[in-house]
Write a protein that binds this ligand. Structure first.
Ligand SMILES: [Zn+2]
Length: 262
């Protein structure tokens, strides 16, 4: 069985309230050995303590997600800074820009404040995008010389090879999830097939982004081997090779900083 790292899974969401421990066991049984659970808001982080399990390793981050833009206060940035001071947090995020969410100007302000924190505390960014990659890249380029050595991941990447290349040029990793299981995602599939394995992370984005054949169902981390199988197929590499490389990429991104601070 391949040892996998789910680099983006909202296992702390209420969608999993009723059966969270069973899903953790199912994920571990499927080979998932680590899960990154990104923070999305102050309120959410305060009401959901970090997850713990003897079966697999959890990594957490703190961030202000554009989905919750109306909840976020500018003072939440001070709160975020406190979390980064006090906790061995693996990343800043989930943050980003989303054209389908309100108040793009406020989203942009909060994003920039979170990039500043990532630069200051040398933590990677977990970025969300929706119709916003050009804006994200333009902003991040201004921080090019200040971003950490491992600047982060563009999660649930979709787009062209040229777009992906812009992320790689900035040193970002590319989050690969259930989207690549859809035949209609031709452009993204063709892009991912051409990217170096050293830049790719596996993710479920559970409870969202169910794979083809599971539409309308709640996604869960035990589905990660199906993402692996799709990526192995696209890149024409053995699953064991893809698993070993993507797992090592995720540890490089999220754990190297923690090891340093131990
Ligand atoms: Zn997310």
């Amino acid at each position: 069985m391949n040892a996998l790292f789910d680099s983006h899974c909202h296992l702390d969401f209420d969608d999993f309230k009723a059966d969270r421990s069973a899903l953790i066991s199912a994920a571990a049984a499927a080979g998932v050995q680590a899960i990154m659970v990104p923070g999305v808001s102050r309120q959410h982080s305060l009401t959901h303590p970090p997850l713990e399990s003897s079966e697999l390793e959890f990594f957490c981050s703190f961030g202000l997600h554009p989905y919750f833009i109306q909840q976020h206060q500018h003072s939440d940035i001070d709160w975020l800074q406190q979390q980064l001071l006090q906790h061995p947090t693996a990343a800043v995020g989930e943050t980003g820009l989303d054209k389908t969410c309100p108040d793009y100007a406020k989203q942009t302000e909060l994003l920039i404040a979170q990039i500043e924190l990532a630069c200051h505390f040398k933590r990677p960014l977990i970025l969300h995008h929706r119709q916003s990659q050009a804006d994200l890249i333009a902003i991040l380029r201004r921080y090019r010389n200040r971003l950490p050595d491992q600047p982060g991941v563009i999660h649930a990447f979709s787009g062209s090879y040229e777009q992906a290349q812009l992320w790689l040029d900035l040193g970002f990793m590319i989050g690969v999830g259930g989207l690549i299981s859809y035949v209609r995602a031709q452009k993204t599939r063709a892009t991912i097939a051409r990217l170096p394995l050293s830049a790719l992370l596996l993710e479920t984005d559970a409870p969202d982004m169910p794979l083809a054949g599971f539409q309308g169902q709640r996604n869960q981390p035990a589905q990660l081997p199906l993402v692996l199988a799709q990526l192995a197929h696209l890149t024409q590499q053995p699953e064991a090779v893809v698993a070993a490389q993507t797992t090592s990429n995720a540890y490089r991104l999220f754990a190297s900083r923690l090891l340093l601070s131990r």
